[in-house]
Design a protein around this ligand. Structure first.
Ligand SMILES: [Zn+2]
Length: 250
């Protein structure tokens, strides 16, 4: 609209598992070459899409399609960005050994601006314990109790909880204020827990969150990986009920 970034229509149901569909399901081991091949294929499919033309009250509108590759987990992002290991940040390539050196990290720029389009992965508890979304929600809702139980600083829990709410809320965020708040949180983390290396997901949230917000044309909460995660149960069901269980050869 006159060369400006104006939202004509905003999807009210972004990241809803109900309105998302898998494009294709492949029963193949998730190796680096397979992931890269799928990524190239998706990019190619999107670039081959023809613009949609609309004629509204004698105004012809052309709609271009652009792919935002945000619905993938850290493992996939690392493969696509050729990050050497999961101990590195795929945006600035710093390793966990450097994550506590905040003043040096502030001067580091993203290796490729396009990597910021991948969005932020929400920190998630490991799979080998009983922590899930509900536990995490209760944990951050009661910072005082959570602090009493775990011994982790109440201020840090409160700040991290606020940041998680901010990136999930689906509203436009002020990148500068987010940067100030996140940087202070990173300083608090390093001051109190300098002995425990910051996980890469937390580093991305605290040090690169504002860059991702600045670059994104959408509220950051719209770019979640929720539908992809929700699809896991469907894949389990398909594997159980719609695959061959016996040998092709008798
Ligand atoms: Zn980084």
């Amino acid at each position: 609209m006159s060369g400006k970034n104006t939202a004509v229509w905003v999807n009210p149901m972004t990241s809803s598992p109900k309105w998302c569909r898998p494009i294709r399901i492949r029963y193949v081991k998730e190796t680096a070459p397979v992931v890269q091949e799928e990524f190239r294929r998706m990019k190619m499919e999107i670039s081959n899409l023809q613009p949609t033309f609309l004629d509204l009250q004698n105004n012809s509108i052309s709609i271009q399609h652009r792919m935002l590759f945000t619905m993938a987990d850290v493992k996939i992002m690392n493969i696509i960005t050729s990050t050497p290991s999961n101990k590195h940040c795929y945006i600035c390539r710093a390793s966990t050994a450097l994550f506590h050196n905040l003043s040096e990290l502030q001067n580091m720029t993203p290796v490729d601006e396009e990597f910021l389009d991948f969005g932020l992965n929400k920190p998630r508890p490991g799979s080998a314990n009983s922590n899930d979304g509900n536990t995490a929600r209760r944990f951050f809702k009661n910072p005082r109790v959570a602090s009493e139980i775990t011994g982790v600083s109440e201020e840090l829990i409160t700040r991290l909880g606020n940041l998680l709410v901010a990136i999930s809320c689906g509203k436009f965020l002020d990148a500068e204020r987010f940067q100030r708040y996140a940087y202070k949180t990173a300083q608090l983390y390093v001051k109190k827990y300098g002995w425990y290396r910051m996980p890469p997901t937390l580093h991305k949230l605290l040090l690169h969150g504002h860059e991702v917000i600045q670059r994104s044309q959408f509220p950051i909460g719209h770019l979640s990986e929720e539908p992809q995660e929700a699809l896991n149960k469907e894949i389990l069901r398909m594997r159980r009920n719609h695959t061959r269980k016996c040998s092709r050869y008798i």
